[in-house]
Design a protein around this ligand. Structure first.
Ligand code: PBG
Length: 341
């Protein structure tokens, strides 16, 4: 072997991947590609069918009445949108102790589902399942005598709500409360109603109590009236509990798992995907992350598109299959332009 060749082999120059050819460079990053299938778009649905409301803490994101949502989604579906996550917002609907309007016929999501399924037969619809937007106290479950969550009553109620969304046309129900036993409770009720093959359960399995949910609580009008959600959401930093929560939800029959918020918890994503490679992983780029990235781009810290694609690519590299992001409409546009569709 010539001295020169030996040098090349030993130093592994090729590992730098510094080819001039675009395709060769692209092959280094294929696992971080973002296609429309990797995106789920969260939407807020209000009671007033013909209204659009902007959300000051989330510039560019709106709450939509069903007719306006149709117009908004029309363009996105043409652009490749494959799935949405629906959140109901209660404005004039009465809020009570047990969140009766979470699954009443007046609930904006219950009302919207049959229309959305008819208008967009190819669109997959997930519904966030939670009590907090519909309870008078704003907590994610039913409170007991002592003012803390009554777990068994709450998970029974959460299963009832899931069933109502499933019957109205949801293909995925996504409980975001983090209470023990809710996945099992939902799954058994779906099985009892013979819906187990048409409706999947996406668990917010690794959901941390977080500073990054602020704008969402504005958007969904779901701030707790008093106290916080720290006793049922994971304490930030508790990697062990996050893994145990994933194991708990898998054991109860979850079809998909989630890490939320993603940016501060990518280590958990990596650990969960390594431990359970057979489960598709969802990550939620939450409202505070959306607002933070947008604010930085507006300040000229970076270019929005370049920075966002770097961030999303790193989520894919760490194991994310589907990214739930308010940036979905923009990203779909960028994908279309890139492929000149
Ligand atoms: C409801 C729920 C929240 C989010 C999704 N579902 C708020 C919370 O737990 O307080 C946050 C999403 C976001 O910030 O974008 N339980």
């Amino acid at each position: 072997m010539s001295a020169e060749y030996k040098n090349v082999v030993q130093k592994r120059h090729i590992l730098h991947g510094g080819f001039f050819n675009k395709t060769l460079r692209g092959w280094q990053a294929l696992r971080t590609e973002i296609t429309p299938q990797n995106l789920m778009y969260p939407v807020f649905i209000i009671e007033a069918d013909n209204e659009v409301q902007s959300i000051p803490s989330m510039p560019g994101v709106c709450r939509y009445g069903i007719n306006k949502l149709k117009e908004h989604l029309d363009g996105l579906v043409k652009n490749g949108l494959t799935s949405i996550m629906a959140f109901g917002v209660a404005e004039s609907l009465h809020k009570d102790e047990r969140g009766s309007n979470a699954d009443s016929p007046q609930n904006p999501v219950v009302r919207a589902l049959p229309h959305l399924r008819r208008w967009f037969p190819e669109l997959t619809i997930a519904c966030d399942v939670c009590l907090c937007p519909y309870t008078s106290h704003g907590h994610c479950g039913i409170l007991g005598q002592n003012g803390s969550i009554d777990n068994s009553k709450s998970i029974k109620r959460i299963a009832e709500i899931s069933l109502a969304y499933a019957k109205a046309g949801a293909q995925i129900v996504a409980p975001s409360d983090m209470l023990d036993g809710r996945i099992g409770s939902i799954k058994s009720l779906l099985i009892e109603n013979n819906l187990q093959n048409s409706v999947a359960v996406l668990s917010y399995s690794c959901k941390f109590a977080s500073n990054f949910y602020g704008p969402f609580r504005d958007a969904a009008k779901s701030s707790p009236a008093s106290g916080d959600r720290k006793c049922y959401q994971l304490p930030p930093g508790s990697g062990g509990l996050a893994l145990r929560a994933a194991a708990r939800d898998i054991d109860e029959g979850a079809d998909f798992l989630m890490v939320k918020p993603i940016m501060a918890n990518m280590d958990v994503l990596k650990q969960v995907t390594e431990k359970y490679p057979e489960y598709p992983m969802f990550v939620y780029q939450v409202s505070g992350e959306y607002a933070m990235i947008l604010a930085a781009a507006e300040k000229g810290v970076f270019d929005l598109k370049d920075a966002l694609m770097e961030i999303l690519g790193s989520y894919r590299r760490a194991g994310a299959d589907v990214i739930i992001t308010y940036y979905t409409p923009l990203i779909l546009d960028w994908i279309r332009l890139k492929h000149k569709l």
